[in-house]
Design a protein around this ligand. Sequence first.
Ligand code: SF4
Ligand code: SF4
Length: 438
Amino acid sequence: MIEIERRSTHQPPQRPRHAIGPWRPAVARTCIDCGLCVSVCPTDVFFFAPGRRRLAAPRAEACLGPDACGVCVPACPADAITIPPNPNWSSLGNAEWTNAMIASTWEAGAHGALSREDPVAIGESGDGFDQMGLIAPEGVPLLIPDEVDLRVPLHHRGRQVWIEFPVIGGAVEAGAVSAPVTLGRAMAARALGILSVAPARALAGRGARYRENLALPLDDRPDGAALADLARAAAITLRYPAAPDLCGLSDLKQRLGWLQILNPGALLIVEVDATSDAPEVAVGVAHAGAHVVHLRRPPAGAPLAYTINPVHRGLQAEGVRDQVAVIASGGVRTPHDALKAVALGADACAIATAALVALGCIPPRDPGGALAGPPGVIADAPSFAALVDPRWVARTTVNLVLAWAAEWRRALAVMGLPDVRALRGRTDLLAVVGQQPA
Ligand code: SF4
Ligand code: SF4
């Protein structure tokens, strides 16, 4: 008897299933499949599937709309085309994460490119990064984007640790994403040559493979297995203040000293809340021996953009700016936000929400609400988690970062900067734009 091996036929999605745009072009039954709309549409909304003579369902999300384009309607000899607004579009997103930003992030995750001609750079919050635009100084020679260097050093004391792009995979709350998502993020970090923050135990025994690209969070009371992981980690991340009973900088210094004895080669990253006292705290953290100050916007805190430059200048005034790297996170939605953070003084950014949006998650309408996501991405129920292939997570995350990298290179080339490090602290390359806060 021949044994037939049974394998799952589940194929992970190749692109977001719910890519949408502001318009919903529709074709009536009067269509005679002449193909004129296919030839006039600049964004390939209309097409014939290979081997078919019937017009396929339009790729509605790519439509530019009747005001910006509209050429297909008069071109159709059968009056079959209408372009009504998409009602789902207006119900998507919020002022910070606009519908256009969400759609652009889905597209970047699916295709590895920001294919819209005018990449979405500004949200509608009128605050933080939405008040700022990047400017190109006059008279600078344009550079070749492919020659712009995006590598960033994170370790300024002793051994050099470089990341290939000015971004790392930010921490998500324990249990907030499924195991395949955590694993896929680690796979993406290795492929991209960056770091991803994740506990080793969340990788179900596969942590060793991705060790060089993982930053392990320090538990309050690590057990023996956790200590063994920490002793081999490439990077360790801990919060300041660490715990209610360990709140002083001397406690932090002791902890960092203990970690340096446990693992002398590890990059030590200290997370600091991006609040008004962050500049003083960052100086203390630098003096305590951290290699990286990770500035995190607390939930419902003031926009991250307002804290980065005071921290950068505080470290400069204390003479320790070149001894620590600064990573900023909490509100970096686009490649332009990341460049603005660097221009304000950060070395790199950490992204968590943007990476989850690329996987199909939707930021809430109410800014205080939770991210909604496809089954298996957010929830950790084993039955749903099995729906998600870590390779799809990795591919989508890599796509997102590569799409951002292309935009970083293009923008830096226009600004005449051959290296992303040359942008650090260049507030003269930022201008106030957009809506002012009410
Ligand atoms: S131009 Fe009109 S009739 Fe011709 S294929 Fe397009 S929708 Fe159909
Ligand atoms: S309005 Fe323009 S972009 Fe939209 S479907 Fe028609 S031709 Fe294509």
